[in-house]
Design a protein around this ligand. Structure first.
Ligand code: SAH
Length: 238
């Protein structure tokens, strides 16, 4: 039997393990994720009420999104391959009194065991850190019930995204540690939509997540040039 190579970039996982202690510092290395969290939670909850839904959060890190979805009434499982980040997530929820089920596993592994069991999968700011985003998307679709909802967010790949997301965010404004992102791994909206469509996921909406360096605020706008979020529904019949 051929065992499929895991869809993991160990350098990426090490990077997130090393940053583990910083996850819950709202002014620290993950400040952008804290700042965009209310916007993305509102976006997700607008398209799919999270209450009592069985949700899988893929690449959950320290649990910033997982906890917020649990606080909206979701029954959340969070998975990640950075063990130190998961340990931080587990400790933090004692404070926040949430009940997320955190697991050290890959989406591919879970898809082999829990096909068709989730109402919602979220995979935010994760696919630009894996060797094959296409495989992650296929596994996300497999894990969903027919008619289930999938939310992905990532960074577009074009010169403007390079200037904003790498030069601007990492080197000039220092919003993120240098080396957080690699340009070649960014994903164009057309690529994400194509992989999703081939995995029985229909695009329902997309929105840009825009940072204004002058007001230091984020907003959701139609422009997908840099950061963007996409909402899909899994086909009922395949
Ligand atoms: N989704 C969270 C965290 C994004 S940071 C949020 O938006 O708030 C990216 C996360 O993806 C990190 O925690 C990293 O460890 C995780 N990750 C990267 N490659 C992964 C893989 N192959 N499987 C699971 N998690 C992965």
């Amino acid at each position: 039997m051929v065992i499929k190579e895991k869809n993991i970039d160990n350098n990426e996982i090490n990077k997130f393990n090393q940053l583990a202690s910083r996850w819950w510092d709202p002014e620290g290395d993950f400040k952008p994720l804290h700042d965009i969290n209310p916007l993305r939670i509102d976006y997700i909850n607008k398209y799919k009420n999270l209450n009592e839904q069985k949700i899988l959060d893929i690449g959950c890190g320290g649990g910033i999104l997982s906890e917020a979805m649990a606080l909206k009434g979701g029954i959340v499982t969070g998975i990640d391959m950075a063990e130190s980040a998961l340990n931080v997530a587990k400790i933090h929820q004692i404070e926040s009194k949430t009940d997320v089920d955190y697991k050290l596993t890959t989406v591919e592994n879970l898809a082999a065991h829990e096909e068709g069991t989730y109402d919602i999968v979220t995979c935010l700011e994760m696919i630009e850190h894996v060797p094959s985003p296409k495989e992650v998307i296929e596994s996300c679709s497999k894990l969903l019930k027919p008619g289930g909802s999938a939310f992905f967010s990532t960074i577009n790949r074009n010169p403007k995204a390079f200037i904003y997301a790498i030069l601007g965010a990492e080197h000039i404004l220092k919003l993120l540690p240098i080396g957080t992102h690699e340009y070649a791994k960014f994903v164009k909206p057309s690529e994400l939509e194509y992989w999703a469509r081939n995995a029985s996921l229909d695009l329902k909406d997309s929105t840009g997540l825009i940072y204004n360096p002058f007001t230091k605020n984020y907003s959701l706008e139609k422009n997908l040039d840099v950061n963007y979020l996409m909402f899909f529904k899994k086909k009922i019949t395949q």
